[in-house]
Ligand binder design. Structure first.
Ligand code: AMP
Ligand code: ZN
Length: 116
């Protein structure tokens, strides 16, 4: 999917609504529309990348920033002490359905490992 008809790019451009929880120059974070846990936030870069598979060395700082942003949101929403799960699904076997790189941040219940 190209940038023009990417649903997450549309959220960044405020063309479709989302419940934003955080934003800065590098990323935005919003509540997942079909939450799988009491906290289910998606953290996405402003730059359109289809998946983690498209990332390269030049994205190192951005990728780290997505994870640290998730950690900060978990602390702010009081899920850090009990724990939480961060997930990046990549391509079809990874379960990716929206092709704009995103980190899932899930908390508020127990997560088993390995996931199904
Ligand atoms: P993935 O399967 O890893 O690609 O995750 C895509 C996620 O995006 C799913 O958890 C969806 O529920 C979520 N999602 C899809 N459309 C929207 C939207 N308009 N606003 C918020 N979350 C969305
Ligand atoms: Zn996009």
């Amino acid at each position: 999917m190209s940038e023009e008809n990417c649903i997450f790019c549309k959220i960044i451009k405020r063309e479709i609504p989302a419940e934003l929880v955080y934003e800065d120059d590098i990323c935005i974070a919003f509540n997942d529309i079909q939450p799988q846990a009491p906290m289910h936030v998606l953290i996405i870069p402003r730059e359109h990348l289809r998946s983690l598979d498209e990332a390269s060395e030049k994205h190192t700082a951005m990728l780290g920033h997505l994870l640290l942003t998730g950690a900060e949101i978990a602390r702010r929403q009081d899920f850090a002490e009990n724990g939480y799960r961060t997930v990046i699904n990549t391509n079809s076997d990874g379960g990716q359905t929206v092709f704009h790189l995103h980190v899932h941040l899930l908390g508020g219940r127990l997560f088993i490992f390995p996931p199904g």
